[in-house]
Design a protein around this ligand. Structure first.
Ligand SMILES: *Cc1c(COP(=O)(O)O)cnc(C)c1O
Length: 424
């Protein structure tokens, strides 16, 4: 028998099978993907008839647009907040040469992202100043390095949390060389626990919003106002990035309230409930922001011009998709589900409307249930929907594949319908 390793299909033959890919990506990237797959045949890793499929998969490896029908509004595995149309346009416009760090009127250098910072300060007047870094983890890292160094960071033991995917805030803080000092117990911490632990070697007190779980029962922990004025800076990690209170999320902290209660600094993510790009927001006392900004590490966590553009458009623009999803009313969601289910039933697909519960997700607003409506399909649809030309990720529940409409922008309804029809 001939060794399959010597039967590598010819590039032209495979290319003829990948015309759609050539249209999308251009000839050279497709050829490169074919060559890689041919190498894999020679190395005995795949069979000759798998070359086209492997090349196709490799070309698809880049992040692809997906319809999030999970009912999880901020889905970390699906890239968290989708950007608003305004933010997408801003990214597009900023992709070329921009005045990100340049004053066009005077021709001189200016603070990087000044107009984005102005938008942030306008959105949170309670903050004297603002700074933006790569993500909330970077914001905490910068605080630890600059405000504590090798000194103590005081954190309640009930707030030494893991955010997700093994990311533990205590590990991050310790990795900087700061000394993390847990105060109180898992369920109860008092102001006295903090004051007893404060020494000349305290860098700051950190309060972390335990954003992905709720402790109930015999619990208590001091509020922000109780911890302000202890003589050391108070940094509050609010997590989700609400800038002002939201009526649907009464237990979710927001930057304005926390700063008014006396926090020195607030840190938050840009791509959770704020609905913007991945970013770490730092808001609060001007002297502390200035120290953070001037430290050499600030350069290593500096934010990209595209992020600044998207963040500014999110702050100044219309409601971003995450907020629209949060505020969508149940009647509208049900009406959309009915329209989709009717169109699918008409084509002989076993589709029905069911009540559903959506959640904020992304480690935000634990325990908050958002009533929703879903299109229920046979479970066998779940996998084909994920690998179709427009991937749809639903939720499998009690033997059915549910497409929850609260996490789907209404403008994607037709794409969702077509995706299901192409499977069915
Ligand atoms: C999500 C979250 C983080 C991490 O934020 P990133 O922007 O993903 O780095 C940190 N703290 C809290 C409380 C969070 O909810």
């Amino acid at each position: 028998m001939t060794d399959p390793r010597r039967q590598v299909p010819r590039t032209d033959a495979v290319l003829a099978e990948l015309t759609a890919e050539v249209d999308t990506h251009g000839k050279d990237p497709v050829k490169a993907a074919i060559r890689t797959a041919q190498e894999q045949v020679r190395d005995g890793l795949i069979t000759p008839d798998q070359v086209a499929d492997h090349a196709r998969a490799a070309l698809r490896a880049a992040p692809r647009p997906v319809i999030n029908a999970t009912g999880v509004l901020v889905h970390t595995n699906l890239g968290r907040a989708p950007l608003s149309a305004a933010a997408r346009a801003a990214v597009q416009a900023a992709a070329g040469t921009t005045d990100v760090e340049f004053d066009l009127a005077t021709g001189a250098r200016r603070r990087r992202g000044q107009s984005t910072l102005d938008a942030l300060r306008a959105a949170v007047p309670a903050a004297q100043d603002a700074h933006v870094v790569n993500n909330n983890a970077a914001a905490l890292l910068l605080c630890a390095i600059v405000l504590a160094g090798t000194r103590d960071i005081l954190v309640s033991r009930g707030e030494l949390v893991e955010i997700g995917d093994g990311f533990r805030i205590p590990d991050l803080l310790r990795s900087t060389g700061a000394h993390l000092r847990g105060v109180g117990t898992t369920n109860r911490t008092t102001v006295r626990d903090y004051t007893d632990a404060i020494t000349g070697d305290t860098g700051f007190v950190l309060k972390v919003h335990p954003s992905n779980f709720v402790v109930s029962g015999f619990t208590s922990t001091p509020g922000v106002a109780d911890l302000a004025g202890l003589g050391v800076p108070l940094v509050v990690d609010i997590g989700s990035g609400l800038l002002t209170p939201h009526p649907a999320l009464p237990d979710e902290p927001d930057a304005t309230t926390v700063l008014r209660a006396g926090a020195s600094l607030v840190t938050a993510s840009g791509d959770k409930l704020l609905g913007g790009p991945q970013a770490g927001l730092l808001l609060g006392a001007a002297n502390l922001i200035e120290r953070l900004r001037r430290h050499p590490v600030a350069r290593a966590v500096r934010v990209d011009k595209l992020t600044l553009a998207a963040l500014e458009a999110t702050l100044r623009g219309p409601r971003p998709p995450v907020v629209s999803a949060l505020e969508a009313n149940l009647d509208d969601l049900t009406r959309r589900a009915e329209r989709l289910a009717a169109a699918l039933s008409e084509r002989g697909i076993d589709a029905a409307v069911v009540a559903s519960i959506a959640v904020v997700g992304g480690g935000g607003a634990p325990g908050v249930e958002l009533p929703s409506a879903a299109v229920s399909l046979p479970e066998s649809y779940a996998q084909p929907l994920r690998v179709g030309p427009t991937p749809v990720v639903g939720r499998t529940e009690r033997g059915r594949c549910l497409l929850d409409l609260r996490s789907v922008p209404e403008t994607d309804d037709d794409a969702l319908l077509n995706a299901v029809l192409s499977v069915g």
